[in-house]
Design a protein around this ligand. Structure first.
Ligand code: ATP
Ligand code: MG
Length: 877
């Protein structure tokens, strides 16, 4: 029987007994932020056990992907040293949610083991919780297990609890004695020994109590069952091989390693350990990456990195100097893809990520190992590796601390954790300072790290606007998180996306990402790095989790608008070079769904006629309806040779994408475009001006926006012709006529005003007083401004001799005074001097000639009084 047959047999056995087969959940737990990885079959049923989540079945069975390499369950240190521990393994389980209990659970387990799997009873042992008499009775009386084969264990080993509070209960394990050759040969060796002889196959958990916050136990109303059996362990027993690594589930990987190093498994214990570590870790790596974990310096990503680097180090110990692990992931895929198709889907990504991480670590590992060996030599007597060494290995050579610790331990040394933490804190402090003001803080270091780890996003948006992908990371406030909830905003990265990330002037796509149990609205998409596309989202409904399979739908209308303006921008660029000259170079570009902005080098202004010509040529070419052709993967030099225009600020790779329109435009471009120029429909420049010295800017609209512009203009015309009550064709003559009428009305108004004025002056003259034989006029004129005062004086001086006038007015909250002296009196009176004197009293200033002077001030309330003073002035003369 192959491992896959045993998996199938187990599920079938329980399905036939009323259990629903439930698919394995992801290694990233969905509903448990406290848990780093799924580490048992029951994890996906936690809420069902707690009665929080209804399911339409009360019995379930599953084969669950598990990882025990971090958090509470951590078997990392055992891996390689035993034949039964893995980081990644599959747990077979059957579950009862308040349905059957202890009796059936034990009976099913025993029947499957002894009658279906046919393991010999004389080699089987069971353990129970020391106080669980009920379990003892069932095993002994009903299953017929001899008293001597039932081992009682304490709370530490055989009492299970979900957490500090909540469901808990005793467990019972089924154990097989594998015989002396698996044993440690110590006299104390028995059930519970650390060695491989008494192999724990299956653990049955009887959830029958709840523990409250005071630690008190009470009976659970509906006792439940949770069991777990390691597939690799039962397979090794059934196949009768020497431990998990010789089962068909892992033997292929071991075989690949044997072939690589030219040494057989089982020849040499030290080599065997490394082979087991590598085989185990290559499975963990493959499953982690295909569930969406990427090598990083924190969280789950760091666990992956540690596992991977540990594998690399063991490969190094076997003399393998080049990237090797990434190839083993293909073997993992081959063995596991039928049961876990998600690996097959992601194997390309897995290869890429692993290869990259190996490349990076192989650069430093040798030097790191040299340093470590040297230090270990030096520290012989102290038995302690100091914090600065551990830190240097970590920081400079990429050695995870537990890797250093492993190596130190092999040589009998401890490491100084505290000292290491101190060094870490120092460095965090320094790097915070270094980031500030470097201008680089804008690019999230997380993105850089993703990219450095070999992760890339596959962009499918040239071909389609809908696609499916998997959520690889969610970022909120600059931190990686597992999920994002309704109403929250954040950044979401998928392995595949049809969303165009803002670049080359073209704005990012908008749209919807939906899947799992959430729906996100994408408000913008950016491309912080060549290999990275980031969706900026707000979650509209439910929750999205890392690992979720999602549907990505681009807002097609928004995208089409951008494409329209992008193709138009290329046409404009080409036509500008034809009309203005080849000195025209793109200096900046914005391609939005509703407009374009194009900055280009040109040194003089562009006249109206030229603007029209450019518009006309482009509109002609729209009607030519040339195909937009796109060639990808063209060698850069070849593209340039063929006359393609490269924008000089952009960085291009060796192989480029070339976008051509007809035979007049050819540009290197990564943007999205229309299929043919005819789709542009319409082109209209709305603005042309200097942008900076030597750079002009054109703003224009095309397609639907072009039509909207023209429609808006038409609406205005309509409104005007309605207001004027003439047809549009008569608008121009009508407006001409209106303007002419306006001119003649103005003229008429002027002459009316002046005749009005002279009659006013007639009235004014009646107030003239004769003082010392001089005609004196002092008066505020109502309803006029300073300009009119001048006209009034002109009029007055023509009508009187031997006179002085002080006339004033108020306007806009200010007072104005004009003093006039007729020519025959200028030898005695100086208008300028008089006005200066008067101006003081209205809080202002002024001056002028001897015969006429003006002043203005801010205190109009004094005006009348002030004007009167001219009488005194004449009197005193
Ligand atoms: P052990 O004491 O052998 O480490 P455990 O008590 O940690 O096992 P459980 O947590 O009860 O095991 O898990 C249920 C079953 O899953 C075990 O009986 C075993 O068959 C399997 N299993 C547990 N841990 C591992 C592992 N690291 N690698 C492979 N199989 C495992
Ligand atoms: Mg364990």
């Amino acid at each position: 029987m192959k491992g896959s047959d045993i998996r199938r047999l187990f599920l079938d056995y329980f399905e036939q007994r009323g259990h629903t087969i439930v698919k394995s959940s992801s290694l990233i737990p969905r509903n448990d932020p406290t848990l780093l990885f799924t580490n048992a079959g029951m994890v996906q049923f936690k809420d069902v056990f707690l009665g929080l989540e209804p399911r339409d079945y009360k019995r379930a069975t599953s084969a669950q992907k598990c990882l025990r390499a971090g958090g509470k369950h951590n078997d990392l240190e055992n891996v390689g040293y035993t034949s039964r521990h893995h980081t990644f393994f599959e747990m077979l389980g059957n579950f009862s949610f308040g349905d059957y209990f202890k009796h059936e659970a034990i009976a099913y387990g025993w029947e499957l083991i002894t009658e279906i799997f046919k393991l010999p009873e004389q080699r089987l042992w069971v353990t129970i919780f020391e106080e669980d008499e009920e379990a003892y009775e069932i095993w002994n009386k009903e299953m017929g297990v001899q008293t001597g084969r039932i081992v009682r264990m304490g709370e530490k080993d055989n009492f299970w609890a979900m957490g500090d509070t909540g469901p808990c209960g005793p467990c019972s394990e089924i154990i097989i004695d594998q015989g002396e050759k698996f044993g440690c040969a110590k006299p104390s060796c028995a059930v519970g020994c650390d060695c491989d002889r008494y192999l724990e196959l299956w653990n049955l958990v009887f959830m029958q109590y709840v523990r409250d916050s005071s630690g008190e136990l009470s009976a659970l109303p509906n006792p439940s069952i949770d069991t777990g059996m390691g597939l690799e362990r039962i397979t090794s027993v059934i196949q009768g091989v020497n431990g998990n690594f010789e089962t068909d589930l892992l033997r292929g990987i071991i075989g690949d390693i044997e072939e690589k190093i030219g040494k057989a498994y089982g020849e040499d214990p030290a080599t065997d350990i490394s082979m087991r570590v590598i085989a185990d870790h290559s499975r963990a790596i493959t499953f982690l990456i295909s569930d969406g974990v990427l090598p990083l310096n924190e969280g789950r990503g760091y666990v992956l990195r540690r596992i991977l680097r540990r594998a690399v180090r063991h490969a190094r110990m076997l003399g393998i100097k080049e990237p090797f692990i990434y190839g083993l992931t293909n073997r993992v895929n081959e063995v596991m893809k039928d049961a876990y198709p998600e690996i097959e889907d992601r194997i390309g990504l897995v290869n890429e990520v692993v290869k990259n991480e190996e490349d990076r670590f192989l650069v430093t590992i040798d030097r790191g190992l040299d340093l470590l060996n040297l230090e270990i030599q030096k520290k012989r007597d102290e038995r302690m590796l100091t914090g600065d060494v551990v830190f240097k290995l970590y920081d400079t050579y990429g050695f995870p601390v537990d890797l250093t610790q492993d190596i130190a331990k092999e040589r009998g040394l401890e490491i100084d954790y505290k000292g290491f933490e101190l060094e870490m804190e120092n460095q965090r402090h320094k790097s915070r300072l270094a980031w500030k003001g470097s201008g680089e803080e804008e690019l999230d270091p997380l993105y850089k790290e993703f990219a450095a780890g070999g992760f890339f996003v596959t962009f499918t948006g040239y071909l389609r606007t809908r696609d499916s992908g998997r959520v690889m990371a969610i970022i909120r406030d600059g931190r990686l998180v597992d999920s994002i909830d309704e109403g929250e905003t954040g950044e979401l990265i998928t392995n595949v996306t049809p969303f165009y990330g803002e670049s080359g002037g073209q704005v990012g796509d908008r749209g919807i990402i939906e899947g799992g149990s959430g729906l996100a609205q994408v408000n913008d998409t950016t491309k912080p790095l060549q290999s990275m596309i980031v969706h900026h989202i707000i979650l509209k409904k439910g929750t999205l989790w890392v690992g979720d399979e999602v549907e990505l739908r681009v807002d097609e209308h928004h995208r089409y608008g951008s494409e329209t303006h992008h193709t138009t921008t290329h046409m404009l660029h080409a036509v500008l070079r034809e009309v203005l000259g080849t000195h025209v170079k793109q200096a900046g570009s914005l391609v939005a769904p509703d407009r374009l902005r194009f900055d280009f080098t040109h040194f003089s202004s562009i006249d109206e006629g030229t603007i029209h010509r450019i518009e006309e040529i482009i509109n002609d070419r729209i009607r030519w309806d040339n195909r937009v052709t796109i060639e990808t993967d063209v060698p850069y030099d070849k593209a340039i040779e063929q006359g393609a225009i490269a924008i000089f600020e952009e960085k291009y790779g060796d192989r480029v994408r070339v976008v051509s329109i007809g035979d007049y435009s050819k540009e290197l471009c990564g943007g999205t475009h229309l299929n043919s120029s005819g789709e542009v429909g319409l082109f209209k420049i709305i603005h042309e001006a200097a942008s900076s010295s030597g750079v002009r800017r054109i703003e224009a609209v095309a397609g639907e926006s072009g039509w909207r512009l023209i429609k808006g203009q038409e609406d205005t015309l309509k409104e005007v012709s309605m207001m004027l009550k003439v047809s549009q064709s008569d608008l121009v003559p009508r407006i001409k006529k209106l303007l002419e009428e306006n001119v003649s009305i103005k003229k008429e108004l002027e002459s009316h005003k002046s005749s009005l004025m002279s009659s006013k002056v007639g009235e004014l003259l009646e107030s003239v007083k004769i003082i010392n034989g001089i005609n004196v006029l002092s008066l505020e004129v109502l309803g006029v401004g300073p300009q009119e005062l001048r006209k009034i004086w002109d009029d007055i001086k023509g009508r009187i001799n031997n006179g002085i006038a002080a006339i004033g007015c108020k306007s806009d909250g200010r007072a104005f005074i004009l003093v006039g002296v007729t020519k025959d009196l200028t030898n005695r009176f100086h208008a300028g001097k008089i006005v200066k004197e008067l101006a003081n009293f209205i809080g202002g200033g002024g001056g002028g000639r001897a015969d006429m002077a003006e002043a203005g001030g801010s205190r109009p309330e004094n005006l009348n009084e002030v004007l009167e003073r001219v009488v005194e002035i004449v009197n005193n003369n």
